[in-house]
Ligand binder design. Structure first.
Ligand code: TXA
Ligand code: MG
Length: 307
């Protein structure tokens, strides 16, 4: 686990316009000063990310977020209930210097999130301003959930890296837009039901895909093709089981626990990808309720079903 000296080194790297690999409770991020367009440009380049796909501004607390974005009542409720934690809010931008145009892909909105991981929080406090931090994978690949995976993906572009151990959640934050009606742009660890209990009914985001441009391409994908809702392994396939769908290979959660499956998902996709001589990955059926909505969302996109 990184200590105070590592945090000080990371702050120095960020102030010099460098990138930092950062642990969060969801996945590892590749962080840069959100107000420094040259640093932000390095993030897009390191990820091979199209510059029309905006980044999340990470903040230490709600007070900092309020200076950057305009919070309406529902946004206040959601932040008070779920921050710090795995929820990102898309809101109208207030401070276009703190989160530069390139970070927002030129939009008049900004995605903000206050992460709960102690190392992320310590870095944000010490830095004193917002940091953009997309998942530290190269664009289109599974998000890294360990420092080793993050270093393998984009480590060569980072001036410093922080170790926070394996990510407890393992899936990216839930993204909710509060621009007109609340919309779920990306399911995540905070479930649809939890959001609706606080903010009221969510409108469907499908028709709204333009508002979350990063969701339009094949994403979270290993190199091998994925076959979903598989009830058995075919010759050549690596098996990714769940609960009673066991067998030789991996099991995302032998007890059928969705939180455990989420935490294992990306690491097991990477491991399955490395299996000798495999021609594909077969994934057992995973229930769609609660956290299962986010797990199935990532699997569908990894399999190439985007829509
Ligand atoms: O859990 C997470 O959110 C992780 C950790 C590192 O914090 N970060 C992350 O960032 O997943 P990224 O860049 O991989 O995903 C950000 C998502 C993308 O789908 C992007 O299109 C969307 O948020 N997004 C960002 N700004 C937006 C905006 N202004 N309007 C709509 N969608 C936005
Ligand atoms: Mg990502």
């Amino acid at each position: 686990m990184s200590d105070a000296a590592d945090i000080a080194g990371a702050v120095a790297a960020l102030r010099a316009g460098g990138l930092v690999i950062l642990p969060t409770e969801t996945v590892y991020g590749l962080a840069a000063d959100a107000g420094d367009p040259r640093a932000v440009a390095k993030v897009y380049e390191a990820k091979g990310r199209p510059s029309f796909n905006p980044l999340i501004a990470h903040v230490a607390d709600l007070a900092t977020a309020r200076r950057i974005a305009r919070f309406d009542t529902r946004a206040e409720w959601l932040a008070e209930r779920f921050w710090p934690g795995p929820l990102t809010l898309v809101l109208p931008i207030l401070d276009t210097a703190a989160v530069c145009d390139l970070a927002r892909a030129g939009l008049d909105t900004v995605a903000v999130r206050a992460p709960a991981h102690p190392v992320a929080h310590a870095l944000l406090e010490a830095f004193g301003g917002p940091l953009v931090a997309p998942s530290a994978n190269r664009s289109g690949r599974p998000s890294p959930t360990t420092l080793a995976d993050a270093l393998e993906e984009t480590g060569s572009a980072a001036a410093a890296s922080l170790d926070g151990g394996p990510c407890a959640i393992g899936l990216e934050s839930t993204v909710v837009a509060l621009l007109d009606a609340p919309r779920l742009l990306r399911p995540g660890a905070v479930t649809r039901a939890q959001i609706e209990a606080v903010a009221g009914a969510l409108s469907e985001a499908e028709a709204d895909a333009k508002r979350s441009p990063g969701r339009l391409t094949r994403h979270y994908a290993p190199n091998l093709p994925l076959r979903l809702n598989a009830e058995e392994r075919l010759p050549g396939e690596v098996w990714l089981g769940f609960g009673r769908w066991g067998g030789a290979g991996f099991n995302l959660s032998p007890d059928g626990d969705l939180a455990e499956a989420a935490a294992n998902l990306f690491a097991y996709l990477r491991a399955a990808d490395r299996a000798d001589g495999a021609t594909g990955i077969a994934v057992a059926p995973i229930p769609g309720e609660g956290l299962g909505e986010a797990i199935n969302d990532r699997l569908r996109r990894a399999a190439g079903f985007v829509g």
